[in-house]
Design a protein around this ligand. Structure first.
Ligand SMILES: N[C@@H](CCC(=O)N[C@@H](CS)C(=O)NCC(=O)O)C(=O)O
Length: 233
């Protein structure tokens, strides 16, 4: 990793090759992978093993992944990466600078999605990293159940209503996918996979516009191919 010595990013249109360095999970990296797919830009999908991380972490600028390596330069923060990928493929319409009002709407929706994810984060992390949360051992399952059930019952209805109204029968910000879809879609798909205790895979069924949206994104050719090729995840 270039760390403090990484050169600044100086161009977008002639950029590449791209190498996304992240863990072998979806989380903060998947949105960037999906943006590459929708932009039609090939990239190296470098997956760092958790046991490699202790050695790698101090060599990174912020002690975190993902990192997007562009040639011999480095970019940090997944939301910045999304815009960089979109700008490298302006014809994709993923973040159309030629339509500033649409970009503002995309940013608005990404803020709303971040609000939703920030409410989910403590419910997710309570089952992990107990030392960071100020207690020594595993959290009582009843606490995790209480937090996650409250999220599903109180926060999901409110946000699914917001997202349903924005999406209607298309995508988050209009008739074609944007970087806002790259953020929202993997988060929603995660909730349907039954991988989080106390978040039933049926939790989005009360929201038909949302389940239809998930199917719509999954049927986009680049996204379909991505999940066909990465079926293990
Ligand atoms: N705001 C950052 C968040 C990055 C982040 O939280 N990375 C986590 C994984 S999702 C990480 O590197 N954790 C390992 C560590 O902190 O040691 C982004 O969106 O890129």
């Amino acid at each position: 990793m270039g760390g403090q010595n990484a050169k600044p990013i100086t161009s977008v249109s002639s950029a590449g090759p791209f190498r996304l360095v992240y863990f072998d999970v979806e989380a903060a990296g998947e949105k960037v992978r999906l943006a590459f797919c929708l932009a039609g830009i090939p990239f190296e999908d470098k997956r760092v093993k958790f046991e490699e991380w202790e050695t790698l972490k101090p060599k990174t600028k912020y002690g975190q992944l993902p990192i997007l390596q562009v040639g011999d330069e480095e970019l940090y923060q997944s939301t910045a990466m999304l815009k960089y990928v979109a700008l490298a493929a302006p014809e994709s319409g993923l973040y159309p600078l030629s339509d500033p009002v649409k970009c503002v709407r995309i940013d608005e929706m990404m803020g709303l999605i971040a609000d939703f994810q920030n409410l989910w984060a403590p419910c997710f992390y309570v089952a992990m990293y107990p030392e960071r949360l100020g207690h020594a051992g595993a959290v009582d399952k009843a606490v995790i159940e209480k937090m996650r059930t409250a999220f599903v019952e109180n926060e999901m209805p409110k946000f699914m209503d917001f997202f349903s109204k924005a999406i209607g029968s298309s995508f988050v910000c209009g008739d074609t996918p944007t970087i806002a879809d790259c953020v929202l879609f993997p988060q929603l798909r995660y909730f349907t996979r039954g991988v989080a205790d106390f978040v039933p895979p049926t939790c989005l069924e009360p929201y038909p516009l949302i389940t239809a949206y998930i199917d719509r994104v999954l049927s986009l050719e680049p996204i379909k191919k991505w999940y066909d090729d990465n079926a293990k995840m």
